[in-house]
Design a binder for this molecule. Sequence first.
Ligand code: HEM
Ligand code: SF4
Ligand code: SF4
Length: 515
Amino acid sequence: MNIRLWLRNGFERVERVFDAAFSPAHNPMHHLGALGWFFYWIVIVSGIYLYIFFDTGITQAFASVEYLTHEQWYVGGVMRSLHRYASDALVVVALVHLVREWAKDRYRGKRWLAWITGIPMLWFIYALGISGYWLVWDELAQYIAIGTTEWLDTLGIFGEPIARNFLDQETLTNRFFTLMVFVHILVPLLLLFVMWLHIQRNARPDVNPPRALAAGTLVMLVVLSLVTPAVSHPAADLDRIVATVNPDWFYLPVYPLLDHVPGLALWAALGIGTLLLLVFPWLPPARKQAMAVVSLANCNGCARCHADCPFNAIEMKPRSDGLAYDSEAVVDPDLCVACGICVGACPTATPHRRAGKLIPGIDLPEAPIANLRLQVLEAGARLTGPGRIIVFGCGHGPLSSASDSASVAGIRVPCSGALPPAFIDFVITRGHADGVVIAGCREGDCHHRLGVEWTQARIAARRDPYLRARVPRERLRTMWLGSSGGHELEQALSVFREHLNTLGPYERQTDREAV
Ligand code: HEM
Ligand code: SF4
Ligand code: SF4
């Protein structure tokens, strides 16, 4: 069985339920990265508050945390609980996000950077959690301190075993404690830097969850903090053996495991696992696709492609060919994923042009716009009515499972956003079909990040190049059904066909209306 396909369908199923419960715009599964940032900031703000009251001496640390938890429960206690629960939530969203990006294949080829930076982020998150539990210096901290140092000793890299520092109360010094305080302050800064790197290849990265989602999440965490406040185990005492601890299973699963697996074997498993994850984007390598190509003779420097590219792959540079425009589009071959959204944004990608060959300012060599025009003409000639429909579908939407018929023709585009709105106009107002359907990824979950959003904005005339007002919107349907929505697409098409039948053939409007 194909695990990736199975997982992808599983995610789609869960996300459909969430779409219904939260709306696509507020679906938490569509904002896992943004929720990660949100939890990070909660951890930082609550951490700063805790640090103000925290006593960094090994003997005073426990008492200062107890004071915050019990005496100052209304702020300090809530802050402590928020700190813990937001950290737990950060691990959960990071892991689900990792699996989801893998399942949806959004990490290979030119998209490798986010994946590669995600792996050290996981290590940093764990270092942060473990050092945090250490700082409380209760029995759980004692258990972690001894477990960690013994585990590190199995590497054999220290002159003398560092676990000796935790033999009894006498040998205990502030050394490791100070180190942990340092780790707990340094690692969040490193994490922030890598989080910044993580999103460098994405234009308009989604780092802030929608307000309602953020507010709901924060309220949930505060309620959880009040109902089940985070508390400490009894104070650490190295002269006593810790009998039972209640480890945080999100952060500390490795410690109970060490009772059953040799430390060195666990290091080896983690090391190999990390290396494997690091080469994932090339296992197997993504199919090489020819990047978008600019035709300077047809580029007027309007910068719409630059504004719409989801991967920061287009820069506007001073004109190099002497034409009377200020700038020209230049594509970065290391960043372009060949999604074609720039072509959908280019005002020169219009099928209405008759003179000469159809060469827009920017085009995809593997799916040129001239071919798209040809496919539309062929489909128009083949379709028979009534209710003739042309479906423009992306490879990640439902089109792959929907079938052509006498009255329906499917035309593949690299992304819904790669379809210039002028093509919808062309199909309907020139009578190549009675209606147009755009079928793609689910709303808020575009494989190429912004294709669905830009398509919606162009149709609603909120974004250039917009669909002209003369195009009757009742002849156009968008069907954001995802790759598993083939059956729904078939059903929606037959309803749409009925609707088109009642409308009858398109009639050209008067010049006054045709704007
Ligand atoms: C604290 C943990 C993490 C945070 C806060 C985070 C945050 C983000 C954000 C904000 C985005 C951009 C979403 C968008 O605008 O489309 C993103 C994308 C991504 N992340 Fe993460 N991430 C985390 C962990 C990880 C991990 C562990 C991995 C995998 C190893 C990973 C892999 C990816 C990938 C592949 C993308 C998609 C990049 C693309 O669209 O080309 N992330 N992440
Ligand atoms: S094809 Fe996609 S990634 Fe490449 S330049 Fe165009 S919009 Fe950007
Ligand atoms: S959208 Fe087209 S015309 Fe405008 S800058 Fe880009 S390539 Fe040139």
